[in-house]
Design a protein around this ligand. Structure first.
Ligand code: NCD
Length: 391
């Protein structure tokens, strides 16, 4: 267990523990104690959080780490360093790699690489079907046993309804949810919401982006479907109409939508319809972007962009959307800073900063937020009691 660390003078906001107050917090690998005035012990490392907000470590449940197979786009090292800069102590990574994360050996070898090279916690999401081709179901039990925290054919849609129904049956007894990667969005969401209703399996809708899809989600929930949903920074804040005419650099899946859709998403976050903020960090090289590859580098700007999109969102809700809720959906240990829990902590300030994508540590530098001034800035990210990033 690492030496203890005292985080002093910050506003601690932990929605699960119902705390929003000036508190000091002492951690080592786990949270040791929380108090109004904790004295530093001799030799103890102290982090001054005066004027800052101290929160359970943020979790981004939608990240493309690109390993194995596409190191020109991202690597475990760069993707997890980008996560730390963005305030994320943990990320879940998508299986649209080369080869796909579709068998236990691929999950095991990814986790072995993570143990050696990752800077933050990484939880793999496995494919639903072999090679993500939508035909042959993976061995979901074995994938879950190997460490997969959810299942998704990200990058594509599991087109055959019978295969998806079979997946819901095969995963019924597993904690790991099925993630719907809906393309085309509304037809796909309608089908998966119906399947969620009849299967009673827990589902999660990735990057929800239209008003109609949101309305369908609410209707399915009203009938008892157990479905959570996420929104990305770009769908909350950027629109087709607003996308400046810089060719392919605004290409993303799902595409940027209308101002009415973006407004509906922001309302959905405010009123609780949307459970999670997730970046869909999808880095590509500059060359690949020129050729039309869809996706943005999201980790390093996400927190600032969420705050820009949702300026009036209460802080405790902002934090729940980034910590407690993804932890609950993926059955992860984090999400709260109660004593005894893992000492994953994010410290941030409401302070404007200007995005300069050329300074990203991610290998992907395409973001619609380049040059923008964002109102919230991460100042430190702590993983298991170790300060892994400090601005
Ligand atoms: C994703 C990627 O690059 O892996 N891109 C994206 O625009 N979200 C895959 C995908 O969803 O198509």
């Amino acid at each position: 267990m690492p030496e203890s660390l005292l985080i002093r003078g910050g506003r601690l906001v932990d929605p699960i523990a119902s705390i929003d107050a000036l508190r000091d917090i002492r951690v080592s690998g786990i949270v040791l104690e929380i108090g109004e005035h904790l004295e530093a012990m001799s030799g103890e490392q102290v982090v001054d959080a005066n004027g800052a907000i101290v929160s359970p470590g943020f979790i981004d449940m939608h990240v493309h780490l690109r390993e194995p197979g596409e190191p020109q786009k991202e690597r475990i090292e760069t993707g997890t360093q980008a996560a730390l800069r963005g305030g994320f102590s943990a990320i879940a990574c998508m299986p649209n790699t080369s080869p796909a994360l579709d068998d236990p050996a691929s999950i095991e070898s990814l986790l072995a690489a993570v143990a050696q090279r990752a800077h933050c916690r990484v939880y793999p999401i496995a494919a639903i079907t072999r090679r993500r081709e939508g035909e042959e179901l993976c061995d979901l039990d074995a994938l879950s046993e190997a460490g997969a925290v959810a299942f998704s054919d990200d990058g594509g849609w599991t087109r055959d309804a019978r295969v998806m129904a079979e997946a819901a049956k095969a995963a019924a007894h597993l904690e790991a949810p099925l993630i719907s990667h809906c393309e085309p969005e509304e037809a796909a969401a309608a089908r998966d919401l119906l399947l969620a209703l009849v299967s009673e399996k827990r589902w999660h809708l990735a990057h929800l982006s239209t008003r109609r899809a949101l309305e369908m989600l609410l209707a399915a929930r009203a009938q008892g479907a157990r479905v959570s949903a996420e929104a990305t920074p770009h769908h909350l804040l950027c629109t087709q109409e607003g996308a400046h005419a810089n060719g392919t650099s605004t290409r993303v899946n799902p595409p940027l939508r209308s101002e009415d859709d973006a407004r509906a998403l922001r309302e959905g976050v405010r009123d609780g319809a949307i459970d999670v903020l997730a970046s869909d960090h999808a880095p590509h090289t500059a060359e690949e972007k020129k050729e039309g590859a869809p996706g943005f580098s999201g980790l390093e700007v996400a927190v600032g962009a969420y705050a820009a999109a949702l300026p009036d969102l209460p802080l405790s809700r902002f934090i729940a959307l980034l910590s407690a809720n993804p932890a609950r959906i993926l059955n992860l240990e984090g999400g709260t800073l109660q004593p005894g829990r893992p000492a994953d902590v994010t410290i941030f300030r409401d302070e404007p900063w200007r995005v300069d994508a050329s300074s990203f540590v991610s290998l992907g530098t395409c973001t619609p937020f380049d040059g923008a001034t964002l109102p919230r800035r991460v100042v430190a990210t702590i993983v298991g009691g170790e300060v892994r990033y400090r601005a």
